[in-house]
Design a protein around this ligand. Structure first.
Ligand SMILES: Nc1ncnc2c1ncn2[C@@H]1O[C@H](COP(=O)(O)OP(=O)(O)OP(=O)(O)O)[C@@H](O)[C@H]1O
Ligand SMILES: [Mg+2]
Length: 266
């Protein structure tokens, strides 16, 4: 997985930093759902380079293929044609098991609906991805605790999702996604079910994970205010990338004082 292939080029628009091969590259990726008369082309040829350390917001109308792209990147789905390179390795040529391993080792996924186990504590939800890794119980517990602290939930380890707010539940989902120290965090409308104050808190958390931990972040959002936290904004229209730009007016992180005031006002 570690040697970048010669196919990787860094020349695309707002793509990789000069010289560094992208951590993720899509080449002429298509996705067709169904067959024959009912076939539907959800992706019509996607080329995309993501540099390690980038923070990309994916926008575009409903049905434009955003989730399809994210699911392919997250190894939850496979392209019909084209290439997906992760650190230069051809993911579309991997077996199902190899893809699952890549997903568990290198990728974290966060969904709009949090997807937590209901009667299970925050701690146990976060530990789940580590079960596959064969870590000892004490190590799993310590890692989950660290991960929850990182998302601001120290002290909430034993609460179940029903005992947590939407914003807190999404933090647990993010803690679960980062507990295995992925290189890339994929988030599909992570603030879609949250009010604007809670959404901003989640965005600030993602920015911190990107800046302080160096995690590459790709997130889908319909909200321009949330996309404004990203370094780069990619727009999908009708199964294609319609624009791909650096965000020159990036929303700055608030100071702790600002955040406190906003919380009091909310
Ligand atoms: N499993 C599937 N079977 C058939 N068609 C699908 C499937 N998944 C997605 N599609 C179709 O592919 C197209 C793209 O879907 P996708 O979920 O990627 O859109 P999206 O941009 O994420 O939209 P939204 O903003 O509503 O989440 C849609 O027209 C959708 O109906
Ligand atoms: Mg979607």
């Amino acid at each position: 997985m570690s040697t970048p292939g010669s196919e990787v080029n860094t020349g695309l628009a707002a793509g990789a930093d000069a010289g560094a091969p992208p951590i993720i590259a899509l080449r002429a990726v298509t996705k067709v759902y169904g067959e024959g008369q009912a076939a539907f082309k959800a992706l019509k040829g996607i080329d995309l380079d993501i540099a390690a350390g980038d923070f990309v917001a994916v926008m575009g109308p409903s049905g434009s293929g955003k989730s399809t792209v994210m699911n392919i990147l997250g190894c939850l789905d496979t392209p019909t044609a084209g290439a997906y390179l992760f650190q230069g390795a051809h993911v579309e040529q991997l077996t199902r098991d190899q893809r699952a391993r890549l997903r568990r080792r290198w990728l974290g996924f966060v969904f709009q609906g949090f997807n937590l186990l209901a009667r299970t504590s925050a701690q146990e939800n976060v530990e789940l991805p580590l079960l596959y890794r064969g870590l000892a119980r004490a190590e799993r517990a310590a890692a989950a605790k660290r991960s929850l602290a990182l998302v601001g939930l120290a002290g909430w380890e034993h609460h179940t999702p029903a005992e947590l707010s939407g914003g807190q539940q999404q933090r647990v989902a993010i803690a679960r996604a980062i507990v295995s120290e992925p290189q890339v965090l994929l988030a599909d409308e992570p603030t879609g079910n949250l009010d604007s104050q809670r959404s901003r808190e989640i965005m600030e958390l993602l920015v911190r994970l990107n800046e302080e931990r160096g995690i590459t972040v790709l997130m889908v959002t319909h909200e321009p205010d949330m996309a404004a936290y990203a370094k780069r904004i990619v727009r999908c229209v009708d199964g294609r990338i319609a624009s791909d730009q650096r965000n020159t007016e990036r929303t700055p992180l608030r100071t702790t004082d600002d955040a406190d005031t906003a919380r009091e006002e909310a």
